[in-house]
Design a protein around this ligand. Structure first.
Ligand code: NAD
Ligand code: TDX
Length: 336
């Protein structure tokens, strides 16, 4: 395969590139990334010199550049991770979410269509389904009902991808996974924020009553699922990916504090997120039965690996927390 990985310098994209170089060392991998605040080439420092890895600095809204890159590297497959990904940022600045997540996806699709790229895979999210009550799971047939500007932009992108399958017969797939966690997770998201704040004895902001539920998936298990869909996904199909690890935020925060031997008194309940979805839970039986995917990590093994990674990569996150992110954090919470 000759793969264009858009958004490959972010959290999941960089884990995916590591996964693919290890699993398929002969594949060409072109990481196409704008390097926004969330893109970090240090995530890929160890494979920078690999002969089959290439980096192109670019915007997925730039048709001419994508068109050129597809030709230059004879790209036959595109996996799109590129997105604005943080729900809180989408509440204060929705416009860039629509531009990147919707128009960027459409631009990539146009280039893929016009260049006859063989496969296009859109990395989507369970958030497109909206919020669950205390029972039930999201299946691929659950109607889309996004609640945040972020989720609305991802759902819109999914609709555009679907239309390119129905209208132009493009070989597309969409994966919708639950909350990922693991190495290189940007410390604005709950798990890395809690670990890094706790290690520095800072307050841990828990939104509202802390009883919102997320379904956690170790990032390597997600990458293995994407690899499988790329090779075996049936044209036009959507696959949900999730690890059946539902946790209330407050329980998760306390669990991390206990593992780090830090006091629960660091927890600070703060104002709730606007439109905060109550519960996500994925039914992943389709990808399990049709493609044979199984997660390898339990929540216990995944969270231990993750904590260990943040303990041994302090330089990585301390650098991030000293820059632009600190100003953002100050604006959000009034404290740095
Ligand atoms: P991230 O924010 O860590 O990384 C996003 C990457 O996209 C960054 O490297 C950024 O520089 C790049 N990017 C942003 N705008 C771009 C543009 N216009 N052109 C090119 N590159 C651009 O995000 P993530 O957490 O790794 O998520 C990756 C994808 O997976 C996203 O599409 C997200 O919606 C989806 N997803 C994430 C999760 C999760 O738990 N993190 C769960 C489900 C789905
Ligand atoms: O400081 C915080 N305190 C808090 O209580 C933060 C940052 C979050 N939370 C809560 C909000 C959510 O209920 O924790 C939960 C997880 O929040 P995030 O880490 O922001 O993730 P979430 O909003 O669930 O979205 C994530 O999963 C789905 C990713 O950021 C999305 O890109 C993905 O699509």
């Amino acid at each position: 395969m000759k793969l264009l990985v858009s958004g490959g310098a972010g959290f999941i994209g960089s884990n995916f590139i590591h996964h693919m170089i290890k699993a398929h060392p002969t594949y060409t991998i072109v990481n196409f990334d704008l390097l926004t605040y969330a893109g970090n080439l240090e995530n890929l420092e160890d494979i920078r010199a690999h002969q089959n890895y290439h980096f192109v600095h670019g915007n997925i809204c730039n048709y001419e550049l994508i068109d050129y890159v597809i030709d230059q590297y004879a790209i036959d497959t595109i996996v799109n991770f590129a997105a604005e990904s943080h729900v809180d940022r989408s509440i204060t600045q929705p416009d860039v979410f629509i531009k990147t997540n919707v128009l960027g996806t459409q631009t990539l699709l146009d280039a893929a269509k016009n260049k006859h790229v063989k496969k296009y895979l859109q990395i989507s999210t369970d958030e497109v389904y909206g919020s669950l009550g205390s029972n039930g799971y999201f299946t691929e047939k659950t109607p889309l009902a996004p609640n945040s500007p972020y989720a609305a932009s991802k759902a819109s992108a999914d609709m555009v991808v679907r239309a390119y399958f129905e209208t132009y017969g493009m070989n597309i797939n969409i994966t919708r996974c639950s909350n990922n966690y693991g190495p290189y997770h940007f410390p604005e998201k709950l798990i890395p924020l809690i670990i890094t704040n706790a290690l520095e004895d800072r307050e841990l902001p828990v939104y509202g009553d802390g009883k919102n539920i997320r379904d956690w998936l170790y990032v390597e298990d997600h990458c293995a699922a994407i690899d499988l869909v790329l090779h075996q996904g049936k044209p036009g199909e959507v696959y949900n990916v999730g690890g059946h690890n539902e946790k209330r935020n407050i329980d998760l925060v306390e669990l991390i504090l206990d593992k780090l031997n830090k006091p629960h008194s660091l927890i600070k309940h703060v104002s709730d997120r606007l439109g905060h979805d109550r519960r996500y839970a994925i039914d992943a039986s389709k990808i399990k039965t049709e493609l044979g995917w199984q997660p390898k990590y339990t929540f216990e093994t995944g969270i231990n690996e993750t904590i260990q990674w943040y303990l041994t990569h302090k330089k990585w996150w301390q650098k991030i927390r000293s820059g632009e992110y600190r100003d953002y954090f100050k604006k959000q919470y009034g404290t740095a």
